[in-house]
Design a protein around this ligand. Structure first.
Ligand code: SAM
Length: 304
């Protein structure tokens, strides 16, 4: 299994301003790099709950924290953060973290089909017990449906040409290798890797409903934060980052009435103070050790 190196770890820990006896949540446990760093700042009366939708990551962390009575782990989607808080008897958190996307271990594991480096079934689910592989969904999609996914979640302008080429693939199930060949047939060599990254990103986001889940997680996290509690989110592409940025910006506003309205009629109250006016990014040193960190952006806000 590839080693997953937690990104922006020091910045996450500093910006969460951890209270030693506080309650914390890590929505994306992974291989617990951030969770362990948070726990190192917590005393015996603190509590930490963490979720991961992937059974493999969950099992790994269950063994890791077997003897730690402060920790409760849940093999579930972070959209259930309210449920896991209730099950753990926690009403409010002092800090909540999400480090989005997939870990290096998942990326390199052919079982998920996240990369075209090995030819494997195009599954793309983080949790294989839910739903069906993307290869099955793809086999009943129209050109427009495929193109829409590639455009919406990959921001790829050649979406229709790529969709048309994918529909020419005869072999089933669709594999990472067959998608790679279809894209390579129409995209010039020097661009093909970037295009493939966008196509695979699009299919993965669609399969795991990643953007909608993020919106649910942000909304629920807001209502679970204690005053002064902090929400930290690490994103890896512009679609995720835009959602977090817009959410923080909206919740930072006191009034959303149209400009010129003489008296506020919207009743909107400010619920978050933005801590990172610009997102925090990895240093050159971090990028040289961990290439994955090059696209990471950390945004932090504080509950009012
Ligand atoms: C980038 S990794 C997190 C790595 C972790 N911070 C660490 O230091 O090891 C993202 C993890 O979040 C999980 N994940 C992604 N979306 C999720 C969701 N909606 N709910 C719960 N877990 C999710 C993935 O399975 C993966 O293990």
């Amino acid at each position: 299994m590839s080693k997953h190196i937690p990104v922006l770890k020091d910045q996450v820990i500093d910006s969460l301003r951890i209270k030693p006896d506080g309650n914390y949540a890590d929505g994306t446990l992974g291989f617990a790099g951030h969770t362990e760093a948070i726990l190192a700042r917590l005393n015996a009366s603190a509590r930490l709950v963490a979720t991961d939708v992937d059974p493999k990551a969950f099992r790994y962390c269950q063994d890791l924290f077997f003897n730690d009575t402060r920790v409760r782990l849940f093999n579930t989607n972070f959209t259930n953060i309210d449920v896991v808080a209730a099950l753990s008897g926690i009403q409010k958190f002092d800090g909540i973290l999400a480090d989005l996307g997939v870990s290096s271990a998942q990326f390199d594991d052919p079982e998920y089909g996240f990369t075209y480096r090995t030819d494997t079934v195009l599954d793309l689910r983080l949790d294989h017990s839910q739903g069906e592989p993307f290869s099955i969904k793809l086999s009943v999609m129209s050109e427009k449906e495929i193109a829409d996914i590639i455009f919406k979640y990959g921001e790829e302008r050649q979406s229709f040409r790529i969709a048309r080429e994918i529909l020419k693939i005869d072999s089933r199930p669709y594999t990472t290798g067959s998608i790679k060949e279809a894209v390579a047939a129409i995209i010039p060599g020097f661009k093909v890797n970037d295009t493939l990254s966008r196509v695979f990103q699009a299919f993965r986001i669609f399969t795991n409903n990643e953007l909608e889940n993020l919106k649910i997680f942000l909304r629920k996290s807001l209502s679970l934060l204690a005053p002064g509690g902090r929400l930290a989110v690490i994103t890896f592409h512009s679609l995720e980052d835009r959602i977090v940025k817009e959410f923080f910006r909206y919740e930072n506003l006191d009034c959303v009435c149209p400009q010129g309205t003489p008296v506020c009629i919207c009743g909107k109250e400010r619920t978050l103070k933005i801590i990172t006016k610009k997102p925090l990014t990895a240093s050159k040193d971090e990028i040289s050790i961990n290439n994955r960190s090059r696209s990471a952006k950390l945004r932090v806000a504080e509950r009012i």
